[in-house]
Design a protein around this ligand. Structure first.
Ligand SMILES: [Zn+2]
Length: 207
């Protein structure tokens, strides 16, 4: 009896294999392609957010300090100077004269982070911008106060925080980054590898 069933099963599995060899391969390929598209599209979350909130899509950019056009401030350490991955905005008065001054959102966007980070970062704000069907991130570091929360949407030019000095470890200034890869870790602020980072001043002037 056992032998009989074994033979039946064997015969059955052989016939299945032969018949389905080609279609099985096709099915597997289609399934894995679909999975890549639906599960691994990292932009899907933001596509949906901005589709539901189109009034927060960006059309132009402005400086994060000193309305208009950074008036009263200078860029003390430019992008890529000393491997710096952003701009350091300081008040023309020097020292801590800019401590507590307003920081503005450079464009419409979605606040993906607003909290304190250890080390030299202090309080940090991260905003995701959708602009011309691409995504950019602006990062505002060493803030004295945070006036917005993760999950907020912001309009260009609204005050989002104030300039700080991380408990006195720096003279007060705004460390400001713009990235065209929105999925990177906070990083170090300095690196010889600037992939994913763009020149904030050049980007704002151009847009
Ligand atoms: Zn800096």
């Amino acid at each position: 009896m056992n032998n009989f069933f074994c033979i039946i099963i064997l015969l059955f599995s052989f016939s299945c294999k032969n018949e389905q060899a080609t279609p099985l391969a096709n099915i597997t390929e289609t399934a894995s392609t679909k999975q890549t598209a639906s599960v691994q599209d990292p932009y899907q979350e933001y596509d949906l957010l901005f589709k539901e909130n189109p009034q927060y899509i960006s059309f132009d950019f402005d400086y994060p300090i000193g309305k208009p056009d950074g008036k009263g401030y200078y860029n003390a350490q430019k992008f890529l100077e000393n491997n710096h991955l952003g701009d350091d905005w300081n008040g023309v008065g020097g020292g801590n004269t800019d401590l507590g001054d307003p920081i503005y959102a450079i464009a419409n966007g979605y606040v993906s982070f607003s909290d304190t980070i250890g080390g030299g970062w202090g309080n940090v704000i991260r905003i995701i911008h959708r602009f011309k069907d691409k995504y950019y991130e602006s990062i505002y570091a060493h803030c004295d106060s945070l006036l917005i929360e993760k999950g907020d949407f912001v309009k260009k030019g609204v005050q989002i925080g104030t300039i700080g000095n991380v408990g006195g470890i720096y003279w007060a200034h705004l460390h400001f980054e713009v990235r065209d890869n929105i999925f990177m870790e906070i990083g170090n602020g300095y690196s010889i590898d600037s992939k994913g980072y763009i020149d904030p001043t050049e980007f704002i002037n151009k847009n």
